[in-house]
Design a protein around this ligand. Structure first.
Ligand SMILES: [Mg+2]
Length: 303
């Protein structure tokens, strides 16, 4: 646990929990030097917001890499394949390969291909997700278009339902998944976010669809691939090939990014460029290892 804090003239300020964990202070303690070799970054609200890199992100990540740190990026969004996020990061000034990006969809696809490749899946999701899952050798069923969506659909051939962020969700999909789950199909999801932040607000994400199906069927989701599931961190640590204790999770959401990193045994850095405020962090039972204004402050804290 890092105690105390440091103020660097002309740079962002490190805030760290004081000894009694009662409040945050800025001031006179030495800069912590954490022994970290691998850093996992959340994207939205941590590295970028919309089409803009957040302050400090481009320089901070460049410096960390220059010092030999491995970097990985995780997104809960199942809409695009990792290559799309890699291209976006590269465009914003953070050159990134697709294999440095992990999404909830890539994690679920990887996991299902490993553990239940024989199942036939019905997907509430968009075409890119279905294509990605198919590319991993999974059997993804088409819509049962021959059946009336307003009647009791016979969920023929469906062994498992996958729920994802789907902006084309309709009654046919809901009815099909409902019937399949009532019929005993397995129940998986990419992510469980309630809403997806957008310029001007947010739009409904997969969380509501999962909740609706759970409510309607009395079933419980069996497997969540995305944050805050431990699976996504497992995949990240596997990729880094480093022990959790030498890795750090950096993110703006306390209940997902920070919680997940803590559960995995990693150091954690909460950034104040997104969802979390210093007041939110002060209420945490187990605070993050460090709290930073932005990603640009990280190099100064790491060995
Ligand atoms: Mg975020």
């Amino acid at each position: 646990m890092v105690r105390g804090s440091t103020e660097r003239p002309g740079r962002a300020t490190l805030y760290a929990m004081n000894a009694d964990n009662a409040h945050w202070q800025m001031g006179n303690a030495p800069t912590p030097h954490l022994q970290i070799d691998g850093i996992v970054f959340d994207l939205d609200g941590t590295v970028y917001l919309g089409e803009r890199a957040l302050p400090g992100a481009v320089e901070g990540i460049a410096e960390l890499r220059q010092r030999g740190k491995q970097t990985l990026f995780v997104s809960n969004k199942p809409l695009e394949p990792p290559a799309v996020y890699a291209a976006k990061l590269t465009r914003l000034g953070i050159p990134t390969r697709p294999d440095e990006v992990i999404t909830s969809a890539s994690v679920l696809g990887h996991y299902l291909a490993l553990h239940t490749p024989e199942l036939r899946y019905y997907v509430i999701g968009e075409p890119a997700l279905r294509a990605d899952l198919r590319s991993r050798g999974l059997t993804i069923l088409d819509e049962l278009a021959g059946q009336d969506a307003q009647e009791v659909i016979d969920p023929e051939g469906i062994d498992a339902v996958i729920v994802a962020f789907d902006r084309t969700l309709d009654y046919r999909k809901l009815n099909t998944a409902y019937q399949a789950l009532r019929n005993g199909a397995r129940f998986f999801a990419t992510n469980a976010d309630k809403a997806c932040p957008m310029p001007g607000g947010a739009i409904p994400d997969a969380g509501g669809t999962i909740a609706a199906l759970e409510h309607m069927t009395g079933r419980k989701l069996e497997l969540l691939a995305g944050k805050p599931s431990p699976i996504i961190m497992e995949v990240a640590l596997n990729k880094l090939e480093l022990p959790a204790a030498r890795c750090m999770m950096v993110g703006d959401r306390l209940e997902t990014d920070i919680y997940m990193g803590q559960q995995a045994g990693m150091a954690t850095a909460a950034v104040l460029t997104g969802a979390a405020t210093r007041a939110d962090i002060a209420h945490m039972q187990v605070p993050p290892t460090v709290v930073i204004d932005n990603v640009g402050m990280l190099p100064a804290l790491l060995e």
